[in-house]
Each structure stands twice: as C-alpha cells, then as structure tokens.
Design a binder for this molecule. Structure first.
Ligand code: ZN
Length: 119
C-alpha cells in the first residue's frame, strides 16, 4: 500500500503564534489521506488539520489555540470540499471483480440448469 497525503486546503492566516507571537507565517493545512495498491485506491474520510508557524517552525496544536485561531479555523473549515471518501477500483481490480462475478453467475446458471434436469 502506498499512502499519499493531499493538502486539500491551505490558508495563510494573520493570527499571532502562541509560541513566538509572530503575526506572520501561520499556515493552516487540511490534509486528506489516500491509500493505494495495485487493485484500488482508498480515500480516507478523516481530514487532518495542521496549524504550522513558519516563523518558529513549529506545529501549533489545538490545545494552545486561542479564540481568534478557533474562529479562523471554523471559517477555514467551510472553505473547501473534501475529496469523496471510499474505495475506487483500478483496472486490475475491476477485471478481477468482473471475472469473479462472471464465475458466480456462470456457476449459478449451471446449477439452475442442472437442477432443472434432475426434476
Ligand atoms: Zn511561531
């Protein structure tokens, strides 16, 4: 499985950093994960939020956010649409699923036709 991270929304905000009090360089990132193998791509529903201060190069965890940051966070959260979560089959996965379905249907029709012979 290959794990990929997609930054689906990124915003520079003008709030003060709780660590270094700089008003510049705070960046909100909203990240969604995808896992991929040769059969399928699975998009996770969960969205990771990250607030990073480029001034002091530290991640600011939700515990140290002040009210202003919380308000900006609530606003930024409405500014994007997440990727649809779920499983998407790749070509190889579709072919195998198709063969499996064909085998099941073929077996079922064979079973039905044999059943009719025995009656
Ligand atoms: Zn900082």
């Amino acid at each position: 499985m290959i794990a990929k991270e997609f930054v689906i929304h990124r915003a520079d905000i003008n709030n003060h950093c709780p660590n270094c009090f700089s008003a510049r360089g705070m960046v909100f990132s909203f990240i969604q994960n995808q896992k991929e193998n040769s059969w399928m791509i699975r998009t996770e529903k969960e969205i990771q939020e990250q607030l990073f201060c480029q001034h002091c190069s530290q991640e600011i965890y939700p515990g140290s956010w002040d009210d202003a940051i919380e308000r900006v966070y609530a606003y930024q959260k409405k500014c994007f649409t997440p990727m649809r979560s779920g499983i998407k089959l790749k070509k190889k996965g579709k072919i195998v699923l198709g063969i499996a379905l064909a085998l099941v249907l073929g077996g079922l029709s064979l079973w039905l036709s044999l059943g009719n012979v025995w009656q």
